[in-house]
Write a protein that binds this ligand. Structure first.
Ligand SMILES: Nc1ncnc2c1ncn2[C@@H]1O[C@H](COP(=O)(O)OP(=O)(O)O)[C@@H](O)[C@H]1O
Ligand SMILES: [Mg+2]
Length: 422
């Protein structure tokens, strides 16, 4: 198996591409990542791709083994992991990632074997799987990976910095204030009062870099505001306080491509009875399917992940509004320098028609496949495109000069170390 490089369709020897699907991770969205990634792995074209599970357990240990693509076995993770093999990284600097598979063989102790991957398909959600952390590791290892790069991933994960940058580029955002824990401590009453008069109640309080509605509250009074800020600081050292959009409708749009060329999907409108979509509503609706109202996409059941959320597709909006939201979505994707697939979420005041950028997910639940199917990009093609973009971006990165063939240290030692600090 050689290194595959270039357009997927033009692969002359029809070599299989070894795709490491990385999922799980130490994040509150661990289970969602398992669902999204197993969905993506099973959508991969088996004549082109050999999908290899790389599961990061909640402990942080990496595992591989075919059973890890069987969602039903995740009911009993301990037994699943007993049969799986531990994986260790073997940095080689080459374009393929070498991994060591460690099997404990009873009395005979540890048995190891090595294998190589051509690309990592990143299916982690939240934390260092989505904030540039694992993307940085891939770059250090010089291995191609899918999705946004280090900087875009970190910017997108930060609800303040992504809004700051978008606002700078003329994208509408609701009024917000960022609050650092150190400046909050000791001036709680005064800050609460200033925030409420500056933004106007009700406001929404969120930790800046979490997802899944964790630590988020909407408040109507200053007392509640103070409590909500304290609560959000349990999760993050920066919180964002935003004016609450009234007559709220939420509209999401997925974008596919890279900074220079990207397209928008169909729009969706998630449907909820509550003021804030909770973690349970986002991900666990399949378990209490009868209890929620609202139109559905026809999908349901616990393993559908984001696809099982109550939603209207397409979002019932005028053609004009649909077009302007799609345009905002592709602009935001480019401003943040994203790649692969992302989902951009908007808040809309239904009475005034004002639309605000709320947040961007660079590894969206279920890779937003349900927003691409209606526009004739089935899941297998979406996955194909993500892999293709991953290879293209790696080639662009590695085509640039990365090192100089001069050994400064050798020159220094020839002249002695005196000049070392100059
Ligand atoms: N400024 C706001 N006004 C009204 N509702 C909001 C506002 N910000 C967030 N929400 C509600 O809270 C939910 C979660 O907030 P969001 O910013 O999307 O965080 P998360 O990353 O946890 O999804 C949104 O889906 C929306 O229902
Ligand atoms: Mg959200």
């Amino acid at each position: 198996m050689g290194v595959f490089y270039g357009k997927l369709e033009q692969n002359p020897e029809r070599m299989m591409i070894n795709v490491g699907v990385v999922f799980g991770g130490q994040s509150p969205e661990h289970e969602v990542s398992v669902i999204s990634s197993i969905q993506a792995a099973s959508a991969m074209d088996k004549s082109k791709f050999n999908a290899v599970p790389i599961y990061i357990a909640k402990s942080g240990i990496w595992y591989t083994g075919d059973d890890l693509f069987d969602i039903t076995l995740f009911k009993d993770v301990d037994s699943l992991l007993q049969k799986a093999s531990i994986v260790r990284l073997v940095p080689t600097g080459s374009r393929r990632l070498r991994l060591q598979r460690v099997d404990s063989a009873g009395l005979f102790g540890e048995q190891t074997s090595e294998f190589e991957l051509d690309i990592l398909f990143l299916g982690l959600h939240g934390g260092s799987g989505e904030n540039g952390g694992i993307q940085g590791l891939c770059e250090v290892l010089n291995v191609p990976y899918t999705g946004s790069g280090v900087m875009s991933s970190s910017l997108a994960m930060d609800k303040v910095r992504s809004k700051d940058l978008c606002r700078e580029h003329g994208i509408p955002v609701i009024n917000y204030v960022a609050l650092r824990e150190k400046s909050w401590a000791g001036s709680e009453d005064q800050t609460t009062h200033e925030l409420s008069s500056r933004l106007g109640l009700p406001v929404v309080v969120k930790p800046v870099s979490l997802g899944s509605s964790i630590g988020i509250s909407m408040v109507n009074t200053e007392t509640e505001l103070q409590e909500a800020i304290e609560e959000a600081f349990r999760y993050d050292e920066t919180v964002i306080v935003e004016h609450a959009v009234g007559n709220l409708r939420e509209i999401n749009c997925s974008v596919l491509g890279d900074e220079d060329h990207c397209i928008a999907s169909i729009l969706e409108e998630p449907v909820s009875d509550a003021a804030l979509l909770s973690y349970e509503e986002k991900y666990m609706q399949g378990r209490s399917a009868g209890s929620k109202s609202g139109p559905r996409s026809g999908k349901s059941g616990g393993s559908d992940g984001m696809a099982s959320l109550g939603r209207m597709i397409p979002a019932p909006l005028s053609e004009e509004l649909t077009e302007s939201i799609s345009k905002l979505a592709t602009d935001i994707f480019s401003i943040l320098g994203c790649a692969g697939v992302a989902r951009i979420d908007f808040l809309m005041n239904d009475r005034t028609g004002a639309v605000y950028f709320n947040e961007i997910n660079t590894i969206p639940g279920s890779f937003s496949f349900y927003l691409w199917e209606p526009v004739d990009i089935p899941f297998d093609q979406l996955v194909d495109r993500l892999i293709e973009i991953g290879f293209e971006r790696h080639r662009e990165r590695t085509d640039r000069v990365r090192s100089y063939d001069v050994n400064l240290l050798a020159e220094h030692s020839a002249r002695g170390l005196k000049g070392a600090k100059q």
